[in-house]
Ligand binder design. Structure first.
Ligand code: 5GP
Length: 190
């Protein structure tokens, strides 16, 4: 991405994939590089047991979320499983201005809005090796209710079908290899 001064800015990167595809782990590993920053989304979902406000998400009420929509604070927002999620505009623009790689771990609906608004964004869709693995990873997480798991699997199937809008598709079989591949895409090799 470049700005009006011709100065090279950072990179905006969208990472999506079915729930349980391992995308959160991938983002966490990539964020160990000081050139990378992960966006902290705003959500109306209640925190899971290990989640920290301001670190994993900003947890807000529907009312606060609606207020942020009105104030145009989001570059995108979407409803997923009845819950609202949104990406804040200000930290995104600051990170890009600073030349950082800014990762958005967001769903397909949000990704399509970002691709529209930022055509230079690098979009990466993470695929699980196979559906059984997906189910095992989701069940192993032990934080989502059985009904939620079924719903997440249904959404995952739909997401797999509409993933063609992404520039890159990476199968997350072995984490190290997946990270290598993404680092190549992001030109993050030392
Ligand atoms: P979870 O509730 O499991 O943390 O996330 C559910 C889904 O919401 C995941 O697919 C995740 O990538 C997506 N998500 C998280 N933050 C955002 C966001 O800011 N915008 C959108 N559109 N999706 C998000």
């Amino acid at each position: 991405m470049s700005n009006d001064n011709g100065k090279t800015n950072g990179k905006l990167v969208i990472i999506s994939g079915p729930s349980g595809s391992g995308k959160t782990t991938i983002c966490r590993e990539l964020a160990k590089d000081p050139r990378v920053r992960v966006s902290v989304s705003v959500t109306t979902r209640p925190p899971r047991s290990q989640e920290v406000n301001g670190q994993d998400y900003y947890f807000v009420s529907e009312r606060e979320f609606e207020k942020k929509i009105k104030e145009a604070s989001f570059v995108e927002h979407a409803r997923y499983l009845g819950t609202l999620y949104g990406t804040l505009r200000k930290p995104l623009e600051e990170a890009i201005e600073q030349g950082l790689i800014y990762l958005l771990e967001i769903d397909i609906q949000g990704a399509l809005q970002v691709i529209e608004g930022y055509p230079d964004a690098i979009s990466i869709f993470i695929l699980p090796p196979e559906e059984n693995v997906l189910k095992k990873r989701l069940t192993g997480r032990n934080t989502d209710k059985e009904l939620d798991i079924t719903k997440r699997l249904e959404i995952a199937k739909g997401e797999l079908q509409s993933s063609s809008r992404y520039k890159y598709h990476v199968v997350n079989d072995k984490l190290e290899e997946t990270l290598d591949e993404i680092c190549r895409i992001l030109e993050l090799k030392n």
